[in-house]
Design a protein around this ligand. Sequence first.
Ligand code: NAD
Length: 329
Amino acid sequence: MKIIMYNTVKEELPCVDEWVAKTGHDVVNVYEPLNVDNVAQAQSFDAVTTQQTTAIPAPVYESLAGYGIKQIALRQVGYDVFDLPAAFGQHIRLSNVAAYSPRAIAEYTLTQLLNILRHNKKFDRAMATGDYTWAAGGQAREIYQMTVAIIGVGRIGTALAQMLHALGANVLGVDPVYRAQNEAFLEYTSLDDALSRANVISFHTPLNDETRGLANQNFFDKIQPGTIMLNMARGEIVDMAALESSLLSGQLYGAAFDVAPNENDFMDQKQAVADLPENIQRLTQLDNFYLSPHIAFYTNTAIKNMVEMALNDAVTLARGGYTENEILR
Ligand code: NAD
């Protein structure tokens, strides 16, 4: 089978070669995201895979259907890049790699929580100027004293809850889906109750109509003064103006984000600092705000899993088969 792979990054290439050697299929790499300008390159291929954060608009599905292509296999979790009605309208089957390594994101979330608790940004900045005093960063707090609310206890949220519980933290879970087995390491509760009790709030939900703008000013008004906020899920979950004023007022003790609203405008590219969105320039100046370029997933295990799983799904769906990773209507 001939598979066209969009937006390939160099770290994926050895994994692709390994998979090709194992399966005997052909893979041709394109180094840009799938879009209206390059969809024509998929002509004469049997299957398509991509990983990208830019939206895949309606005309792309129309073109793919015209070329006889029946699927798109995404090499990532978040599938908000798809226009689902447009894809299904063209009978294009879609898949994502729902769990390439939930641990990767959970471990990064934990890393950033520890960075905030230990004031590492302040210490790093002070040491860069020759200041090696303790006062430069200030006293830390210890993780077993924290009550952490995990909003969205799916694959990643569960992995994080298990780690935090193992470290002695008190873990609260907020999720419309109840999974009894999670009671071993967290307490399920309502959103309002979690906000009133947590020292740390961590988002692990998809972006959907309910979660878009979930952390608005009203949300920030309900949290305990001095709360830590972690967002490794999607930027649009949090109102960034409310976040900024909460960081400045002390309502938030600190925050770490691996995502940002409209992050495609500046992430995954190099630019002058002055060209960054103004609020990002202001926020990243703060000692208690961490921003990272959507790297929580970025581990060797995750890359290998996402490549192999998506390529397997591409073959399966192109042949009309079944995969548990299919995104259903
Ligand atoms: P998942 O589907 O396993 O879990 C999501 C959970 O959120 C589900 O249990 C669902 O019931 C719950 N949920 C949905 N709406 C909710 C709401 N309004 N309130 C509370 N809970 C709600 O997904 P996952 O694999 O754990 O991934 C979660 C998200 O993490 C993804 O959708 C993606 O946006 C993000 N993500 C980020 C990175 C990164 O590198 N930063 C990598 C992978 C995924």
